[in-house]
Design a binder for this molecule. Structure first.
Ligand code: DGY
Length: 421
C-alpha cells in the first residue's frame, strides 16, 4: 500500500468517534490537545468535516474558565497513568488539569483558508470565541504579572516533556514518592526512549500539588515550584495570536481582534527581549528564580514560526539551525547535537519530531529560507519512507522510536506531501 494510503488508514484506525487517539499501541488511550489539533491538518486532506469535528470535540472539554486541557478522557479506559481517577479534574468532562501549546487557532485558520465549503467555514467561525477564551485564560493564568510571556507550570504543558531545557527547574521540585511501579508508558515504549524515573516522580508530585489546590488557575501560578517562560510555548502562542486575530477580524469581531492585537504586541516584544546576542539564540527564563535558561532546545528556533521577518533580523539563528542540520543525517533534532545533554533516542532530548519539523518548514518558508525548508521537508518524508509512522526518530540513524502507527506523524506526512507542489 502506498504511504499516503497507509497514513489515511492509521488516522481511520485511531479514530475513536469524534476524536483520534495519538497511537494504536495503547501508549496514549485518550484525546491529547496538541495531537488532536495537528491531526486535524492531516484529516483535512481527506475529510474536512471530520477534521473540524476533531477540534470541536477538544473544545467540548473546555473548562468554564477558558482552559482547554491537555488530555480529555472520553471513555472508561484507565490504562494510562496518570488516568482520570488520579487527576480528578475537569468541571464538566473528565480531563487533566493542565494545558498544552496553543496551536489550535493556527490550525483553524489553515482549515478556514483551505476550504471552499461554506458549512465548514460556519463551524470554524463558531470556534473563534472559544479560542479567544483560551488565549485570555492563558494570559490570566500563566502570565498574571503581565510580562507578555506565559509560564508553563509543568513540563507536560510544553508538550516537550523531558527537554533538557527543564532539567534545572525540575531538579528543584520535590520528587515525592516513587511512581516507578505505577508507570505504564515503559510497558509500551522502551524505557531508554522515555523520561527517567526521577523525572516521572516529579511530574506526578506536581500533579498532586495542583490537585490539592483544586486546580484553581489563580492559585497554581503562585504555588508551583516549577515555572518556566519557555520560548517554544510562547512562540506557538504568538503565532496563534496572529492567526486568531485574523479569524476574529474575518468574523467581524473587531473588539476581539483588537484585544488579541494587544496580546500579540506584548508577547512579540517579550520574545524579542529573550534574544541572547552573545549566544545567537532565544533563551527562556525560570520565572521562579528569574534566571535565563541558556540551553539550546528546539523551542528556541520556533520564533521563526511566529514571525515572518525574523530571519532578516537574526540571520545567525538560521545559521544555527543549519549547523544543527549539518550535525545529523535527518533533521531537525529536538536539542542541539554535540551538547552533553543530547540523547538521540530519548524523547525530547534529541529525536526528530515531524510536528516541529512542520512548524519550522512553515516558518522558514514564510521567512524566505526555502532551501532549509526543503531540506527539512525532504528529511521528514525520508524518515517515514524509511521507518514508518513512528512517534519520533533518531536523527543519526533514522530508526523509529516511541509509539508506532502514530496519528500526528501520519497527519504531518499527509500535510507535507500535499503541500509539496
Ligand atoms: C506522556 O504521557 O508522555 C505525555 O506526553 C504526557 O502528556
Amino acid at each position: 500500500m502506498e504511504l499516503k494510503q497507509q497514513a489515511i488508514e492509521i488516522l481511520r484506525r485511531n479514530d475513536r468517534g469524534g476524536y483520534t487517539v495519538p497511537t494504536a499501541t495503547g501508549l496514549y488511550p485518550a484525546q491529547w490537545n496538541w495531537d488532536s489539533c495537528l491531526v486535524a491538518l492531516g484529516l483535512a486532506q481527506f475529510d474536512e468535516a471530520r477534521a473540524v469535528t476533531e477540534i470541536e470535540t477538544l473544545f467540548g472539554g473546555q473548562w468554564p474558565d477558558g482552559m482547554v486541557p491537555h488530555i480529555l478522557f472520553h471513555g472508561d479506559d484507565s490504562s494510562y497513568f496518570p488516568n482520570a481517577a488520579v487527576w480528578r479534574a475537569g468541571p464538566t468532562a473528565r480531563s487533566s488539569g493542565l494545558t498544552q501549546p496553543l496551536v489550535a487557532a493556527t490550525v483553524v485558520r489553515h482549515l478556514f483558508e483551505n476550504t471552499s465549503d461554506p458549512a465548514i467555514r460556519v463551524r470554524l467561525t463558531a470556534l473563534a470565541p472559544k479560542l479567544l477564551d483560551w488565549h485570555r485564560w492563558c494570559y490570566a493564568a500563566r502570565d498574571p504579572e503581565g510580562t507578555g510571556l506565559a509560564s508553563i507550570i509543568h513540563p507536560w504543558e510544553s508538550g516537550m516533556d523531558n527537554s533538557p531545557v527543564w532539567d534545572d527547574a525540575l531538579a528543584a521540585v520535590d520528587p515525592g514518592p516513587s511512581v516507578a511501579l505505577l508507570r505504564r508508558d515503559i510497558g509500551f515504549a522502551a524505557p531508554a526512549q522515555r523520561p527517567t524515573g526521577p523525572e516521572y516522580d516529579r511530574y506526578l508530585n506536581l500533579v498532586i500539588l495542583f490537585r490539592d489546590n483544586g486546580y484553581h488557575a489563580d492559585r497554581l501560578y503562585d504555588v508551583s515550584p516549577f515555572r518556566v517562560a519557555d520560548i517554544g510555548f510562547n512562540a506557538i502562542l504568538q503565532r496563534a495570536n496572529h492567526d486568531l486575530r485574523w479569524l476574529l477580524a474575518g468574523t467581524g469581531d473587531g473588539t476581539g481582534a483588537a484585544e488579541v492585537a494587544m496580546m500579540e504586541q506584548k508577547t512579540g516584544a517579550a520574545i524579542a527581549r529573550c534574544w541572547d546576542e552573545e549566544d545567537g539564540f532565544f533563551h527562556g527564563l525560570d520565572t521562579r528564580s528569574g534566571a535565563a535558561i541558556r540551553k539550546p532546545g528546539i523551542g528556541g528556533l520556533l520564533p521563526l514560526f511566529a514571525d515572518h521577518r525574523l530571519a532578516e533580523r537574526h540571520p545567525s539563528l538560521v545559521q544555527r539551525l543549519a549547523s544543527w542540520l549539518a550535525g545529523v543525517t535527518y533533521g531537525v533534532p529536538s536539542f542541539e547535537p554535540g551538547r552533553p545533554e543530547f540523547e538521540p533516542q530519548r524523547y525530547w532530548r534529541g529525536p526528530v519530531w515531524l510536528i516541529v519539523n512542520w512548524m519550522l518548514i512553515d516558518g522558514l518558508e514564510r521567512n524566505g529560507c526555502a532551501d532549509l525548508a526543503s531540506r527539512i521537508r525532504r528529511d521528514s518524508l525520508r524518515l517515514v519512507e524509511r521507518a514508518g509512522f513512528a512517534e519520533y526518530f533518531d536523527p543519526h540513524t533514522g530508526v523509529a522510536l516511541g509509539g508506532s502507527e502514530f496519528s500526528w506523524t501520519a497527519a504531518m506526512y499527509l500535510h507535507l506531501v500535499a503541500d509539496r507542489t
